[in-house]
Design a protein around this ligand. Structure first.
Ligand code: PXP
Length: 242
């Protein structure tokens, strides 16, 4: 059974739009856990456009379930993650001009910093995941680097879902193949990006799927239905009770 980790970055985006202290992503994280989420994901970006260092510290101190920190492969982020020691770090590509994470990490073409960061975090007992497109070369490179997990980028499947059933089916088959290849190499498989209440069920049912990281759809629904309801509805779909 897949599990839900809620990405609470978008709550911080709303807060920061007013440069005040509310709504607080730390409060959101507590509500998500009380509503049944198995964990919380946050992305501490280099430009701190949503989650701040203060949020990261308080999330570490208060989250009871899995804490997954998304970050770019930089010396600054490695130092912060080494001090915070979340349960899991997910390496993501990061570009200042992007609205959200675009495309997976080029693990196959990565330099020594990614291998060094992975080894350093693993030595501290932190699980390390690579956010990658569902491609063999990046799966094999992630395993070779010593990652414990991969997170498959579901953005393409989600984009196709509403307007191209054939395209979505093809991309879904690619996700399934990638999942079995990664598991055969001993990697734990997560997935995320663009998942919503309409398209999530097939991905959650992929054999061996571990954890889904979902942010925008849940925070968007919470605006209308409340965070508790938004998370409970998604947990039911992810865990097969919807
Ligand atoms: N996984 C990763 C690595 C991401 O960067 C994001 C977006 O922050 C997500 C999952 C969640 O995507 P969404 O907000 O579209 O659910």
């Amino acid at each position: 059974m897949a599990k839900l980790c809620v990405n609470i970055d978008h709550v911080a985006t709303v807060r920061n739009a007013r440069r005040i202290t509310e709504p607080d992503p730390v409060h959101a994280a507590a509500l998500c856990e009380l509503a049944g989420a198995c964990g919380i994901t946050f992305h501490l970006r280099e430009d701190r456009r949503h989650i701040t260092d203060r949020d990261a510290e308080l999330l570490k101190a208060t989250v009871k379930g899995l804490l997954n920190m998304e970050m770019a492969c930089t010396a600054e982020m490695l130092a912060i993650a080494s001090r915070l020691r979340p349960h899991q770090v997910t390496y993501v590509p990061e570009r200042r001009e992007e609205v959200t994470t675009e495309g997976g990490l080029d693990v196959a073409g990565a330099g020594p910093a990614l291998a060094g960061g992975t080894a350093a975090l693993r030595a501290l007992g932190v699980a390390v995941s690579m956010f990658i497109d569902p491609d063999s070369e990046h799966i094999r490179a992630s395993a070779a680097l010593g990652a414990t997990h991969v997170e498959f980028h579901t953005g393409r499947y989600c984009e196709l879902y509403d307007h191209s059933p054939a395209g979505a089916a093809e991309e879904f088959a690619r996700l399934e193949r990638a999942c079995s290849e990664a598991r055969a190499l001993g990697l734990v498989v997560n997935a995320g990006h663009g998942l919503n209440y309409r398209n999530v069920v097939p991905v959650a049912r992929i054999e061996g799927m571990n954890e889904l990281n979902i942010g925008h759809a849940i925070v968007g629904r919470a605006v209308f239905a409340g965070m508790d309801r938004a998370v409970r509805d998604m947990v039911a779909l992810v865990e097969g009770r919807g």
